[in-house]
Design a protein around this ligand. Structure first.
Ligand SMILES: *Cc1c(COP(=O)(O)O)cnc(C)c1O
Length: 436
């Protein structure tokens, strides 16, 4: 399979180039040149298959031309060794719980898959330079990527994060790991962290010594595997006899998760429509209403992983629909929620059903409560475990939130970050000194 850039001003890339580079050289996002539909038999048999079996079949459709069957099977089975169950919340609304991976958030799926695929390509095409993944994080991406790559042979990960600006839970999830994971505590902002990573990619000396890679969420090896759990959710609805008129509702920030659902639909998954749930960063909703895409600075909200003012995957959505606003609106609807509304949804849902939502899932559930039509079955993606936002959730529902064992373990670990200034020369000196 070839991968083209949404900006269409560079030649198509192979899968391995697209995975190692991440972003296309013209700053566009890579898209597969074709989308292979899955056979009818698959949709019939799916309800008897496990998450790994389903994912393997979907991965074959995406990557089967480029990765030998045995390798691909190993990547899938190794990366996706946890469940993504569908849990009823009301009679018509189900929660697709994507938080049963190592860092209790949906990004684990893509991060683990990408780590294993990158290891495969690097082992095949290595040139002696050590592979170093650089990742700037404002919190959640760093933990998913660090845990996804933890112990992956031949790949070092350097996580840059802004000092004092991530929560303790988030910091513990990437700064306590050790082994092939290094956490750099940058005396600056998240933007400084991103600037350092970008400068490293442009630095000749660093690129001569290391093979630098980014584990950005736009990477096709992180992005496409997010289609797997839409199939798995549908299979579970089939088993429940609820697979007619299925509507998926996705709490969205950079829109990678939702876009992966659009790919699932193009592969033949019978989804009726999608709903994008936003917090006050409602750039996409404004686009649906007006046809104008007008990015703006993000504002801080309770659902902070959705605080995005210029969603990177908008370029992919626009490309999938050939730029037609009308076509986008036929398949995707949208709602937005303020912090007060998010608290109200968490409180009411807990009171009426006993289900504990996290602030992101609350936007998803709220949008289904507002937008589901009679005869439809709604599934919202519950993207993080509520314990990751414990204080907010407990204050909203007025009850304690159980801390999963995995999260408690992270909290007991010792922080091992290395402090650096926000000057590029210090960051570069640090990287060069590591080699010895
Ligand atoms: C990253 C994230 C989102 C947003 O996902 P996108 O693919 O960027 O739209 C939503 N919820 C949680 C908990 C996240 O970590």
């Amino acid at each position: 399979m070839k991968y083209y850039s949404t900006n269409r001003s560079v030649p198509e890339a192979s899968l391995s180039e697209a995975v190692i580079k991440g972003l296309a050289p013209d700053r566009g996002l890579y898209m597969p040149a074709g989308i292979n539909p899955l056979p009818q038999a698959f949709f019939r048999d799916m309800q008897r298959m496990t998450f790994q079996e389903i994912s393997h079949a979907v991965a074959e459709a995406f990557f089967g031309e480029d990765v030998p069957a045995g390798e691909l099977r190993e990547i899938v089975y190794d990366a996706l060794s946890f469940d993504t169950p569908v849990v009823p919340v009301t009679e018509d609304i189900y929660s697709l719980e994507l938080f049963h991976g190592p860092t209790l958030a949906f990004k684990d799926v893509g991060a683990r898959f990408m780590a294993r695929m990158l290891r495969y390509f690097v082992s095949r095409e290595g040139d002696g330079r050590p592979v170093t993944v650089l990742v700037a994080t404002s919190g959640d991406t760093g933990s998913a990527v660090a845990n996804g790559f933890l112990g992956v042979e031949g790949i070092d990960v350097v996580v840059l994060y802004p000092k004092g600006k991530v929560s303790e839970i988030q910091e513990k999830q990437f700064a306590t790991l050790g082994r092939n994971i290094t956490a750099l505590e940058v005396d600056g902002t998240f933007d400084d962290c991103q600037r350092l990573v970008k400068a490293a990619f442009l630095d000749e000396e660093l690129n001569g010594k290391f093979r630098l890679s980014s584990a950005n969420s736009i990477n096709v090896a992180r992005f496409l595997p997010q289609a797997f759990y839409y199939f798995h959710a549908y299979a579970q609805l089939q088993r429940l006899g609820k697979a007619e008129n299925v509507v998926f509702c996705v709490p969205s920030g950079n829109f990678g998760n939702l876009t992966a659902g659009l790919f699932a639909r193009r592969m033949g998954l019978p989804v009726k429509r999608f709903i994008a749930a936003n917090n006050r960063n409602d750039i996409f909703l404004e686009y649906l209403k007006t046809g104008e895409y007008a990015p703006r600075a993000s504002v801080a909200t309770l659902a902070n992983a959705m605080d995005v003012g210029d969603p990177s995957n908008f370029a992919r959505i626009y490309d999938l629909y050939g730029g037609s606003h009308e076509a986008v609106c036929r398949e995707i609807g949208g709602y937005r929620y303020t912090d007060d509304e998010i608290r109200e949804i968490m409180r009411e849902t807990y009171r009426k059903t006993g289900y504990v939502l996290d602030p992101h899932g609350a936007c998803g559930f709220g949008a289904l409560r507002n937008g589901l039509q009679p005869g439809e079955t709604g599934v919202f993606l519950e993207t993080a475990h509520p314990a990751k936002f414990r204080d907010t959730v407990e204050a909203a529902i007025g009850a304690p939130v159980e801390m999963p064992e995995r999260l408690r373990k992270f909290m007991e670990g010792d922080k091992r970050s290395i402090g650096v200034s926000s000057a590029f020369r210090d960051f570069k000196a640090f990287l060069l000194a590591r080699e010895a």
